[in-house]
Design a protein around this ligand. Structure first.
Ligand SMILES: [Zn+2]
Ligand SMILES: [Zn+2]
Length: 702
């Protein structure tokens, strides 16, 4: 019997049919014991199919659960989510209605129904469901957003402002409310308030590109060109090749020229931050501390970018030698000397200029600068306000590199760690979290130097950018950071006696990923996914729960706090289908975009694969990097997201609304979670052991 019902249900398309069959199945199953245990099993099987990227089989399992127990609310709810994700919004609506019939008191279900009706253009039905939701819970920000959305979509733009204002007031952290409010204001001709609303969204989440685009446009409309230009600059750095942004940039320049020839803004150079006083010192290196060679001024890929020239000075005498050990000169403290490139009969060589600009020496060999008192040396690119400027401990090696100079800093591991810590975690973070980060920085440098050796072709161990880890030298140090590094001196993370590969990300969203769950990453025993839910907080494992989880503020260790920015733990994005279509067609050759369906997910909820359906071809995107880079304007913060497709009357996508969590790949340590744990009194060792299972804290004992 069960089989027969399921077969019939599979044919079922319309609401009536599904409901009718449920009634029939009630009758048929009535004499037998309702098998609620198997219904529960079906439900679990459905969730597993969903996470395994098999939505159709998940639906079969939910149907089976319903056939056994038609009052199984969560089967209807989860099925509804899956139907909606598959783009079958009529089905989703029917399933949500059945769920709501079982639990008419749920404002969440009523809101979910309203959203599905809105996204398929059934505005009256959507409006009714919103009424229902707001009767139950007048403080439901999502219900107010849905009301605003209905009015926006049905052309009543000025009526849309009020409900969206209510939503933004009820949940000020909800960037989606501010963004949609901005859109409603913009459309009703109020550019100034629209700008403020877009600004409210982008200050809460600086990577909410659509909001920043709205802000830049409204500033331009108000002829506040300098401010618009600043926003366009930020947009360009978030998404350098985006067509919409480049178009806006050109329009801005055009308008500026047209209106009274406003001059391009000159950026005033920021004075380099002076390092604070010498209260907390850097412990003197001894011969046992490993020396690292760090490329200074490197590209995003970690390649050296030639310096035009290197001016240098120090608070103590600088000894200048060539790499053969021959002493060339000594520069007295506070004198400004310079190394530059010169061309002779036999090619390029280095020229050393003293404080007065006299050329004192020439060398084809690299030139080494070291401070006699083991102090730092200040090097900078002369003649350019945007030039590089670094204060570096250890020795500085300058050599000929193409048309310019290559700079390498030979620095001991402890000093290096001092120069890295605050670039990787804010200095006001809780101390045990900073200590965990210091141990990671040290471990990571050793791992790259001794195991990965990825910069061997460039002649150094590490670059100074994101590619390895950001190294800023003495400029990055503060008294607090020095204390933290000194307190963890020589400590590293090891696994079975070897230096571990300590990956980390900014925020896991609630549960870290196992490396084996990401395609191409491979199993690493200490990268085992773990919950960041904190005490008693379960991480969801069903389509419906995951959706709620990502739409509500995060809980647990990596939730927003005094240390963790709201936009790092939860975020939303709105991307037009035309924007996404252009990008997906360019990269995947799909033609017109027909739909996007999420497939496989890690236990944590991070997406492992997405199906893109196009008019020419359909493609599966299954790399973590591509999932993040293809589905937003700029890059998505993480692969942990669910999304709604808003459709045109003919069913083609009009817009995508993303609800996401976390920032970064979510493997290994979660920096926000480390802060949350430190706030709750965990030690740095406990924090590291929570995220890297089975590791030990080793001591290099130098
Ligand atoms: Zn690198
Ligand atoms: Zn976390």
């Amino acid at each position: 019997m069960g089989k027969l019902i399921r077969a019939a249900l599979r044919i079922g398309g319309a609401t009536v049919l599904v409901c009718a069959l449920v009634a029939v199945s009630d009758q048929i199953l009535a004499p037998a014991q309702p098998s609620s245990e198997s219904a529960a099993n079906d439900l679990l099987a459905g969730h597993s199919f969903y996470y395994a990227g098999q939505p159709r089989r998940a639906l079969e399992a939910y149907r089976s659960a319903i056939a056994r127990d038609p009052k199984r609310l969560s089967a209807w709810l989860n099925g509804a989510v899956v139907w909606a994700e598959l783009g079958e919004l009529a089905e989703a609506s029917a399933w949500y209605r059945n769920a709501l019939a079982l639990n008419p008191e749920s404002a969440r279900i009523a809101t979910a129904l309203a959203e599905v009706e809105l996204h398929r253009g059934q505005f009256d039905a959507a409006e009714k469901a919103v009424d229902h939701a707001l009767d139950l819970d007048p403080k439901s920000a999502y219900a107010w957003i849905a009301r605003g959305g209905i009015r926006l979509a049905s052309g009543r733009v000025s009526d849309a402002v009020e409900p969206l204002t209510t939503a933004a007031m009820l949940q000020p952290s909800m960037t989606l409310a501010h963004y949609l409010r901005g859109r409603a204001l913009e459309l009703s001709g109020n550019a100034q308030d629209a700008g403020d609303a877009f600004a409210a969204a982008s200050v809460r989440d600086s990577y909410f590109t659509s909001a920043r685009l709205g802000l830049a446009e409204s500033l331009m409309r108000q002829r506040r060109y300098e401010e618009a230009r600043e926003q366009v600059g930020k947009l360009k750095s978030a998404a350098p090749v985006n067509g919409t942004i480049l178009k806006l940039a050109r329009a801005l320049e055009r308008n500026m020229r047209r209106d009274r020839g406003v001059r391009p803004a000159r950026q005033s150079p920021k004075p380099p931050r002076a390092p604070d006083g010498p209260r907390e010192g850097v412990s003197a290196p001894n011969a046992a501390v490993p020396i690292l060679r760090v490329g200074i001024g490197t590209s995003g890929m970690g390649k050296p970018i030639p310096w035009s020239a290197v001016r240098f000075s120090a608070g103590s005498t600088v000894e200048i030698r060539d790499s053969a050990g021959k002493m060339l000169a000594t520069a007295r403290r506070t004198e400004n000397w310079e190394l530059r490139i010169a061309k002779g009969k036999y090619g390029r060589y280095l020229e050393l200029l003293d404080d007065k600009g006299f050329a004192l020496a020439r060398s084809r060999l690299p030139i080494l600068l070291s401070s006699r008192e083991r102090d730092w040396i200040w090097i900078r690119e002369p003649g350019s306000v945007h030039g590089l400027s670094r204060r570096l401990r250890g020795m500085i090696e300058v050599s000929v590199l193409g048309n310019g100079l290559g700079v390498v800093n030979a620095v001991d591991l402890e000093s290096y760690t001092h120069g890295v810590l605050t670039a990787e975690m804010p200095i006001n973070s809780p101390k045990e979290a900073l200590k965990a980060q210091a141990v990671i920085a040290r471990t990571h440098a050793l791992f790259i130097t001794n195991v990965q050796k990825k910069h061997r072709p460039q002649g150094y161990h590490l670059c100074d950018g994101q590619h390895c880890q950001v190294y800023r030298g003495v400029q990055a140090e503060t008294n607090r950071s020095r204390r933290v590094v000194n307190e963890t001196r020589g400590r590293v993370v090891s696994y079975q006696g070897r230096v571990a590969n300590v990956l980390y990300s900014s925020n896991c969203g609630g549960h870290t990923q196992s490396s084996g769950e990401i395609r191409g990453w491979g199993e690493v025993p200490y990268f085992r996914g773990t919950t960041d839910g904190g005490e008693n907080q379960e991480i969801p494992y069903s389509p419906w729960q995951l959706r709620q989880f990502l739409r509500e503020p995060a809980q647990g260790y990596c939730a927003a706090s005094g240390f963790v920015h709201n936009g790092h733990s939860r975020w939303s994005r709105v991307v037009s289908a035309s924007e996404l279509e252009a990008r997906l067609d360019r990269h995947l050759g799909i033609g017109k975009l027909k739909g996007v369906v999420s497939l496989k997910r890690s236990r944590s909820g991070h997406l492992n694969s997405i199906l893109v359906i196009g008019s020419k071809r359909s493609r599966i995107v299954d790399s973590e990097i591509r999932i993040r880079s293809l589905f937003g304007i700029g890059s998505q913060r993480s692969a942990l997201f669910v999304f709604d497709t808003v459709r045109q009357p003919d069913g083609t996508p009009r817009e995508f609304i993303f609800y996401g969590g976390g920032w970064g790949h979510g493997v290994g340590l979660c920096q926000s979670g480390a802060m949350g744990r430190a706030e709750r009194g965990h030690s740095y060792a406990e924090i590291l052991q929570a995220y890297y299972s089975g590791i030990e804290i080793g001591n290099l004992r130098y």
